[in-house]
Design a protein around this ligand. Structure first.
Ligand SMILES: Nc1ncnc2c1ncn2[C@@H]1O[C@H](COP(=O)(O)OP(=O)(O)OP(=O)(O)O)[C@@H](O)[C@H]1O
Length: 630
């Protein structure tokens, strides 16, 4: 993956380090205005106190020198002034500690709140993205990168911005004091720091860009880690004795990432050292200058103490600023990545220009009433596929070509075909997970893309072959079929009855309250067939849905159980549309209409009897399977 343009822009423009600071501060402000103000105040106080302490230090030394002189001249002992200053400095030290502790506490609290906020934003955005986004590996990398460090980076950027501000305040107050010595000292202070600043900014940019290019490798390594350590993978990895091979792969990926990272670290540190020396030399040159001026009597001993302190602290403030800047650069690039993800355009499924019929154009007008999108102009017309062709993003061959279909309420359709013939893809288009590349799909006479999403989805109940096994309690696994009745215990029971799951649920010690899966304490694992019954019950939970789709969720059951379930399913979906994908002809034959798919096209269609008469592919496969059962 190559760096994007905006990382180049940041690279070219040194002020780029502040690019996202405003947004990060905005984000922090939204999270907690009071904490933001608290942090700003604590920062300001921490910034001013060092200069005040240095100044009091000068007053102490000068008071001591004056008191010594007084004692020498008149034998009068008066150390009250000096001691008062000592007390004052003690108070300032306590104030500094208070400001720093309060800063640390507020930052820690804010980190928790901000982490939660940014993660929620990332997850909310994920809900608006299409399935294609998740299948796109580059986009997936973006998502992973955005989630990694989500809790720390924005706050780190704010802390560093404030830290930089604090150092700027400190350095400005130092400058005011140093100005009295000589304006040239200030020029030296800035000039000495410049080379290191440039080097830091450059290397931080390099480090981030490298982590960006390396993102696929990191993801690969994470994946191998999952294979080696996750409960659902370990079984197969053990039995096939793949552990050693995968571990080697894990190490190999590290080696590729490591050598380049190591080179960068070494380069960064050696340049940092070399350029840092220039800064140190300049500082100590000025140091010498102050010492000689004191010896010559141009400044007092107290002033010398103060200037030396200012110089020493100035040096650390400058190096702290450099560290902040280099860190900020990385944080900024992280934020650019976060915003790139958050600003990813989401596909709008409404109105495309090229639709033909007048009726459609009228419907797809921009002022199309929201109500019109909740029902079609021809109720009970059912589902129509009209010349539907579909290419997966990046695929050369279409997964579906030129599909025409019509299913009316009360009808059931079975889809058969070899693996990869396009059966699941057809369902993905029907459920609007993807849009057709050509042609259109209508429900009750209205194009799917014009339908209001919620209105459309409440009409469809689907159980895919890779349905989700929620690591929740049994009841919630069923309730998930209808969000409005998620906790409806009566509803769970009825649906479980229809899905033939109630018997085995009754045998579970805690019935519907049994925790499922192994992820959480006390969880109970189910057999493949039992999970499928739970999934079926979930489909039955969706009472308002009049399009029900079963994409092979019964494959782990025996043929008899599958046929009984489908029969049962049809009885309870009398005026609904039922679509079944199955490789079992004993079930398929029960459907009103059957289509046979091959390479994304419909090869044969008809009832079981008419297809047998055609003596085509269907008849051939049916005979083969029947022979197997005999
Ligand atoms: N997300 C995807 N991205 C790209 N190509 C895909 C994707 N999903 C499926 N395909 C391809 O589309 C074609 C149709 O796949 P589909 O899943 O619809 O087949 P199917 O008939 O349901 O197969 P099976 O009986 O094995 O479930 C296959 O060639 C497959 O490789």
């Amino acid at each position: 993956m190559r760096p994007t343009n905006n990382t180049h822009t940041v690279d070219k423009n040194m002020l780029g380090v502040f690019r996202y600071s405003r947004r990060a501060i905005g984000l922090v402000w939204q999270t907690s205005p009071s904490l933001t103000i608290g942090i700003a105040l604590a920062t300001l106080i921490s910034g001013l106190l060092p200069a005040a302490m240095a100044y009091v230090g000068q007053l102490i030394v000068d008071a001591v020198v004056a008191a010594m002189q007084l004692y020498k001249d008149s034998k009068t002992l008066d150390y009250r002034t000096a001691l008062n200053y000592v007390v004052l400095e003690g108070i300032l030290v306590i104030a500094t500690a208070a400001a720093q502790r309060s800063l640390a506490a507020q930052q820690a609290i804010l980190r928790l709140l901000l982490g939660q906020k940014v993660n929620t934003m990332i997850l909310e955005k994920a809900q608006t993205l299409s399935l294609a986004h998740f299948e796109d590996s580059e986009f997936y990398d973006k998502l992973i990168r955005a989630r990694r460090d989500a809790s720390s980076r924005p706050l780190a950027l704010v802390n560093k911005t404030f830290g930089l501000l604090q150092n700027a305040i400190t350095l400005t107050s130092f400058s005011i004091l140093l100005w009295q010595f000589s304006p040239w000292v200030l020029v030296l202070l800035v000039a000495g720091a410049l080379p290191s600043f440039i080097a830091e900014a450059k290397f931080s940019g390099d480090a981030f860009r490298m982590s960006r290019w390396r993102s696929p490798e990191f993801r690969h390594q994470n994946y191998v880690e999952t294979l080696l350590a996750r409960e659902d993978h370990i079984k197969e990895v053990r039995l096939y004795q793949l552990g050693r091979r995968f571990l080697q792969r894990y190490r190999d990926i590290f080696v590729t990432i490591f050598s380049e990272t190591k080179r960068l670290i070494l380069r960064r540190e050696s340049w940092g050292f070399a350029l840092g020396i220039i800064g140190t030399l300049v500082f100590y040159g000025a140091y010498g200058w102050i010492v000689t001026d004191t010896v010559k009597g141009a400044i007092t001993l107290g002033q010398m103490t103060m200037y030396l302190l200012l110089f020493k602290q100035g040096q650390s403030a400058v190096s702290a600023s450099l560290t902040s800047i280099s860190g900020m650069y990385e944080d900024n690039l992280y934020l650019s990545n976060l915003y790139e993800y958050l600003e990813q355009p989401t596909t709008k499924l409404l109105a495309s220009e090229e639709d033909d019929t007048l009726e459609e154009n009228a419907l797809k007008n921009s002022d199309l009433e929201a109500e019109n999108r909740k029902k079609g102009p021809k109720p009970n017309d059912g589902i129509r596929f009209e010349g539907v062709t579909f290419h997966y993003p990046g695929a050369i061959k279409p997964a579906l070509s030129n599909i025409d279909l019509h299913i009316t309420p009360g009808q059931s359709l079975a889809i058969v075909g070899e693996n990869g013939s396009g059966k699941t893809t057809l369902i993905k288009l029907l459920t609007r997970l993807y849009e057709p590349s050509e042609g259109r799909i209508l429900l009750d006479g209205l194009d799917l893309k014009s339908w209001d999403e919620t209105a459309l989805l409440t009409r469809i109940g689907v159980i895919f072959q890779d349905f989700v096994r929620y690591q929740f309690i049994v009841g919630e696994n069923i309730g998930a079929g209808d969000d409005r009745r998620f906790d409806d215990e009566e509803g769970w029971k009825q649906a479980a009855q229809l899905g033939k799951a109630s018997d085995f649920i009754g045998d579970l010690e805690q019935g519907y309250q049994t925790q499922l899966g192994r992820w959480f304490k006390g969880g109970q694992e189910l057999s493949g067939g039992q999970w499928q019954k739970i999934a079926l019950a979930r489909a039955f939970m969706r009472q308002d849905a009049d399009i029900l789709v079963l994409d092979e969720p019964t494959a782990a059951m025996d043929a008899q159980a599958e046929a009984t379930i489908f029969q049962h399913f049809q009885e309870h979906t009398k005026d609904k549309m039922a679509i079944l994908i199955s490789h079992r002809f004993s079930t398929v034959r029960l459907a009103h209409e059957i289509i046979v798919m091959e390479h994304g096209e419909i090869k044969e269609r008809g009832t079981h009897e008419s297809l047998l008469e055609q003596k085509g592919q269907y008849a051939h496969l049916f005979a083969l399977q029947a022979k197997g059962y005999r």
